[in-house]
Design a protein around this ligand. Structure first.
Ligand code: THU
Length: 142
């Protein structure tokens, strides 16, 4: 990804972070997803009084993209205002893997530190649709 695109992801993820709903953790995160066609979807973390229902920023962004008809992703960027960038949780890693092993995942912070992985590196040995050997899988939807 070129620097201009990355800067755009950063600025959109920062904007999304401002919209985080985090009354319980007070830990806002912003995310931006880049589709292979160059479209950007953003997301923030959304918490709930029933804590386990919290939706992470990355998943919010991906689910927004999917619900708008986009499921091929080039990159996912997440941003926090922390000393070091934070890495995506296990649930988000599983969701990334659903849509490919070679999505570039970038964790960054306001100081510009950056960690970069592929979705496959973040969840080696992930459970995926191939392990179901076609059982119950509707290929038209993938
Ligand atoms: N969180 C994310 O949004 N993404 C992650 O990958 C890690 C955790 C959120 C969930 C919760 O709202 C807050 O960060 C603290 O766990």
């Amino acid at each position: 990804m070129n620097q201009k695109t990355k800067n755009e992801l950063i600025s959109k993820a920062k904007e999304a972070r401002e919209k985080a709903y985090v009354p319980y953790s007070g830990f806002p995160i912003g995310a931006a997803v880049l589709t292979t066609g160059g479209k950007i979807f953003t997301g923030s973390n959304i918490e709930n009084a029933a804590y386990g229902l919290t939706n992470c920023a990355e998943r919010t962004a991906i689910f927004k993209a999917i619900s708008e008809g986009y499921k091929k992703f080039e990159a996912i960027l997440i941003i926090t205002d922390t000393d070091k960038p934070v890495t995506p949780c296990g649930s988000c890693r599983q969701v990334f893997t659903e849509f490919g092993d070679d999505i570039e995942v970038i964790s960054t912070n306001y100081k510009g530190d950056e960690l970069s992985y592929t979705s496959g590196e973040l969840l080696p040995g992930a459970f995926d649709k191939d392990q179901m050997e076609g059982k119950g899988v509707n290929k038209n939807e993938i």
